[in-house]
Design a protein. Structure first.
Length: 336
């Protein structure tokens, strides 16, 4: 049995002006473009935005401390930390190594970062499960966190969609849900569909280069870029098969899945997936209106909300699936 405890943390709203960005607040940056229609389509009314000096690791650290306190976890019992982030504090060292010290976790613990976004949480659960199964670890701290807002150009309409957040999950032999078998997929031919092109080893220097893409959106090489049409088509093409493969690998029939909690990409995309896959509304979670798309944190945030609202109850089976940057995808079944 490989189970987990969940905790989440959006940036703490120390100031409504500094941390919570509403649609009306965003309108200032877009001049004559009315963002109301876009916001309604993606399903976001507000999003949390990290402050200038606040990093993904800062948020993950606070989420982990809250997890330890809420569930009375002995931090010395943690023997592995894995951190899904695309917003590392430094080019090196890994943020997970810094977090080991900040969290007071034993120096005998292993730690590493991995650079996945939308599918990162599902990947992390599978890795944690395999560590425990192999005897490599007993208590794995899975952290997720990104500050995508720091990579978005002020005039990028994706600011309507994305928010910053972090989560902490403890995976061990005790907890809330058993992790099932995981199905993965990767298509690196679509890597440039979601990318920050400059700043890494291939293009280290900022260039200021800008150009229009096929959908008349501005692609800025120094900032986050997403080809929305390509990502949408990829998702609609891959997710139905991902669902079927995950059901098959877990020996579960579709009618025995009680609830579906997918990466909260945007409301329009999720509704399209639900309809294409013939999933009823009462079994499908959509709610990012107050958080936005928080990349690898959307699934644990959604799971926490579902548990708090009694949408998921003991004895139920829940399918989770992540899909996006990479391009990558992964899904599994959680048995509560």
């Amino acid at each position: 049995m490989y189970k987990g405890y969940f905790n989440i943390l959006p940036p703490p709203p120390l100031s409504m002006c500094e941390n919570i960005l509403t649609n009306s607040g965003l309108q200032f940056f877009f001049g004559n473009i009315d963002i109301t229609k876009i916001a309604k389509s993606v399903g976001v009314n507000q999003r949390y935005v990290a402050t200038e000096n606040q990093t993904a690791a800062d948020m993950a650290c606070e989420a982990a401390n809250k997890l330890f306190e809420e569930w009375n976890v002995d931090r010395k019992s943690i023997d592995f930390i894995i951190f899904s982030t695309q917003s590392s504090d430094y080019f090196l060292p890994a943020s997970s190594c810094v977090l080991q010290h900040r969290l007071g976790i034993s120096t005998t613990a292993g730690a590493f970062d991995y650079g996945l976004g939308c599918s990162g949480y599902t990947y992390g659960l599978a890795m944690a499960k395999s560590f425990i199964d192999s005897g490599l670890a007993r208590n794995v701290l899975l952290l997720t966190g990104d500050t995508i807002s720091k990579y978005l150009h002020p005039e990028d309409k994706n600011r309507i969609l994305f928010g910053d957040s972090a989560t902490a999950t403890l995976i061990s032999n005790e907890g809330l849900a058993e992790i099932g078998e995981t199905v993965y997929g990767t298509d690196g031919s679509g890597a440039e569909a979601i990318i920050v092109k400059n700043g890494g080893s291939r293009h280290l220097a900022r260039t200021g280069h800008e150009e229009k893409d096929g959908a008349d959106n501005v692609r800025r090489d120094d900032y986050f870029y997403m080809n929305g049409e390509q990502v949408f088509n990829f998702t609609i093409d891959r997710v139905p098969q991902l669902i079927d493969d995950t059901l098959s690998k877990n020996n579960v029939k579709k009618e025995h899945i009680d609830y579906y909690v997918f990466h909260q990409a945007n409301k329009f995309m999720l509704n399209t997936i639900r309809k294409v896959c013939s999933i009823t509304k009462d079994k499908f979670y959509i709610n990012i209106e107050n958080t936005g798309n928080t990349t690898s944190s959307t699934i644990p945030i959604a799971l926490k909300h579902c548990l708090d609202e009694n949408k998921i109850q003991k004895g139920q089976q829940v399918m989770i699936a992540g899909f996006g940057v990479g391009l990558s995808w992964a899904a599994t079944v959680l048995k509560f």
